[in-house]
Design a protein around this ligand. Structure first.
Ligand SMILES: [Zn+2]
Length: 736
């Protein structure tokens, strides 16, 4: 028998399983009626053949928001969502240098909570959480507050030139700079991050010019070598465009826990000129005056809700981060004003009775990145327990043709399989299709969600958006981590060539983009807040199709793995089979997450899971055949003989991931030497801890992260877990 291609098998499976389902039936009727209408039109001579396709396409587009919303609901939501309102709110936020624990951050928090009240949200209020560098929230240690009265840096000899002034451009003074009154010469120390950068240089009492990681320069130049301060042009967060515009000034921050030191931030262009003068033996004398204090204080977090009709149904949360240095328009002023716009949109429609009140409460949180999330959840375990899903917006307003960004709908990690991503990706697709049609000369501005009301005027751009695997980097790391386990739909622009610089300004923001993401968020959030078991017959076919698509993609990867010539054939077979098995488990759990979320009868997903099983077992047969082409006798685990791999770790530390904004629990709890020897980092490290559940062995954890990110050795996983054990975050509780 000749095997069918995966795509036709997919289609066949779908029809087999769902031929009797309501959605398939409705869809068939819909296609039929569309065709009849179009044929009638032709018979009447009103349409040329070319327009038949257009008509069919338009009708399909009109229903594209199914199975989650009716056309009328989507029209209401997308019409109400504004780009002008968030754009104008952002105008104010971008005037504030929003470092957590500072006066300007307080003003931003006051502004947001006032807006939330003005928009009529329930229970809009601010909460303060004490910080002193020691107190913990979950696993995370708190940081410190900072208060600045003045900060000026002049070149006083041979030129008289202002290099930076806090009053006019606060980004020029690095965060957590301490008071200083210094007139000293400037010394170039290159990167300033290794001991050799200081060899033969006398920096004591002087100001060093360095472009390395600022906190490391602080340790070496100030703490070890007695320099008075730092002039830094530390490069931008890396993208392909880094360094291309030498006029950008990146913000920097010092380690607030260090007792002294200050830094001023300058552009690469300014730094290059200074370096050239210093290397020509010119003596340059600078005068720095800083009046600032670092110490205990508090973080402020705003929250507000749209009350649900059933207090027992749990909450859906919208998150963002209110902090970042001025202007911080896209990062993350855009996310803050856009979740506020979601709040306004949903409240307006629900309050007017245009949309039924959802049973789940919808909560909005504005606070410092990671820190606000951890402090809020640690202080409100009763709320943390009720959270069922999160929509996180961090950088969602960039004009893609200015900041080179794509708006990514980001999947949850494999440690937390969830249906939430597919809801977001469907609405992304609806908007993208409408935007594309309008940009290309058909469609309508309303369908494209073009913003025409804003003073700045929204663009008519395409909606450049896609779905991408999990990435770290914002508060969704917290929500998605295993001890919080609130699956997050993470919306983010990446890259952004202006990120963390003085050019991340309102000018880069597109009101149309804000409107589109607000509509996407409002629609997805409303779906999360209203989903119930009555919709399962419509939803399960939809999600099963999404799951099948991802298993097909995993199979494509598995095929490359089984024939990977760098692996012995038996191991390659094992790795490829492992990938397929874990992908199947993940997708089955996606369906399960939907049923649990909806409160559906146990095993409602069984038909869908059966379809996924049969798909994966066909693929496994193919992998076996491919392995045998390489003469593999059996699939052999690379860690089968390793006794360490049989040990079982369990979590013992309070909730939260290891890494948060200004705290790394491993670094804080381990000696620097031990920390420096850790062999695993990034996404692997994040997921290894997430997969620790007191049941999986080290070998099994190795297998799940290897399926997710590619094969990694069991030694690396065991080493990372032993570092976590040394840091008393996990302990080994037995073995299988
Ligand atoms: Zn951000």
């Amino acid at each position: 028998m000749t095997r069918r291609s995966s795509s036709s098998k997919l289609a066949d499976d779908f029809m087999e399983i769902h031929a009797s389902s309501a959605s398939a039936f409705a869809f068939a009727i819909f296609l039929y009626s569309t065709a009849i209408l179009s044929v009638d039109a032709i018979l009447q001579g009103q349409m040329r053949t070319g327009r038949l396709a257009v008509s069919l396409f338009l009708c399909l587009r009109a229903n594209a928001q199914e199975p989650f919303l009716t056309s009328a609901q989507w029209k209401l939501l997308s019409a109400e969502a504004s780009g002008a309102a968030p754009y104008e709110n952002l105008r104010y936020l971008t005037t504030l240098h929003r470092v957590p624990g500072t006066a300007a951050f307080e003003r931003a928090a006051k502004f947001m909570v006032d807006r939330a009240r003005a928009y009529g949200l329930d229970d809009a209020h601010s909460e303060e959480f004490p910080i002193d560098g020691v107190r913990t929230y979950g696993l995370m240690r708190s940081y410190l507050a900072w208060s600045v009265d003045a900060g000026q840096l002049w070149e006083v000899r041979p030129q008289h030139l202002l290099l930076g002034d806090w009053q006019t451009d606060p980004i020029r003074l690095a965060d957590y700079s301490h008071s200083a009154s210094v007139e000293a010469s400037l010394v170039d120390v290159g990167e300033g991050t290794s001991a050799s950068d200081y060899t033969g240089k006398d920096v004591r009492g002087k100001i060093v010019l360095a472009d390395g990681f600022l906190i490391r320069v602080q340790q070496l130049a100030i703490a070890e070598h007695g320099a008075a301060g730092i002039l830094s042009d530390m490069p931008n967060q890396t993208t392909a465009w880094s360094g291309v515009d030498p006029t950008l000034v990146r913000w920097g921050h010092l380690d607030a826990r260090q007792p002294d030191g200050f830094a001023f931030m300058i552009s690469r262009q300014t730094a290059a000129l200074l370096r050239a003068r210093l290397s020509a033996q010119e003596g340059i004398v600078l005068n720095a005056q800083v009046k600032a204090t670092v110490g205990p204080g508090h973080w402020t977090v705003d929250t507000a809700t749209i009350a649900g009709s059933d207090p027992a149904a749990g909450e859906v949360v919208f998150s963002c981060h209110l902090d970042h240095e001025r202007p911080g328009a896209n990062d993350d002023g855009s996310g803050c004003v856009d979740i506020l716009e979601v709040a306004r949109t949903l409240h307006t429609l629900i309050h007017a009775g245009a949309l039924p009140r959802p049973k789940r409460t919808i909560r909005f949180i504005w606070g410092p990145e990671h820190e606000g999330t951890m402090a809020f959840l640690a202080t409100h375990p009763e709320i943390m327990r009720t959270l069922r899903g999160d929509i996180h917006m961090d950088m969602v307003g960039g004009d893609p043709f200015k900041n080179k960004s794509i708006m990514h709908v980001t999947e949850t990690p494999w440690s937390l399989p969830s249906f939430v991503t597919d809801v977001g990706s469907l609405f992304m697709d609806v908007i993208r299709t409408g935007a594309s049609a309008y940009a290309g000369g058909t469609g309508s501005p309303e369908e494209a969600l073009v913003e025409t009301r804003s003073i700045a005027g929204g663009t008519r751009n395409e909606f450049l958006a896609d779905v991408t695997p999990f990435e770290e980097g914002s508060d969704h790391d917290d929500y998605d981590s295993s001890t919080i386990a609130v699956p997050s739909l993470y919306l983010r622009d990446w890259p952004d060539i202006f990120i963390h610089t003085d050019h991340d300004s309102l000018e880069q923001i597109d009101a149309t983009k804000l409107r589109r993401v607000a509509a996407l968020g409002a629609a997805a959030g409303y779906v999360y807040a209203t989903l119930d078991a009555t919709k399962l017959p419509l939803l399960l076919p939809f999600f099963t199709a999404q799951c099948e698509g991802r298993i097909t993609k995993a199979f494509a990867k598995a095929q490359r793995l089984v024939s990977d010539s760098t692996l012995p054939p038996e191991i390659a077979w094992y790795e490829s089979r492992n990938l397929l098995e874990k992908a199947l488990r993940r997708e089955s759990e996606v369906l399960h997450s939907l049923v649990v979320f909806c409160g559906g009868p146990a095993d409602s997903e069984s038909e869908g899971v059966k379809a996924l099983d049969s798909q994966a077992s066909s693929f496994a047969t193919w992998l076996e055949a491919q392995a045998k082409v390489r003469s593999a006798k059996a699939a052999v685990s690379p860690w089968a003989a390793d006794v360490t791999a049989r040990k079982i770790p369990a979590r013992i530390a309070p909730f939260g991931p290891v890494n948060n904004q200004n705290d790394n629990a491993l670094l804080a709890r381990l000696a620097a030497e031990r920390y420096g020897k850790i062999k695993l980092s990034g996404l692997y490290a994040y997921e290894v801890l997430n997969f620790v559940n007191g049941e999986r062995t080290i070998g099994e954890i190795r297998d799940v992260v290897s399926a997710e990110y590619g094969p990694v050795s069991v030694e690396q996983v065991a080493d990372y877990l032993s570092a976590l054990a040394d840091a008393k975050i996990v302990e080994l509780i037995g073995q299988k």
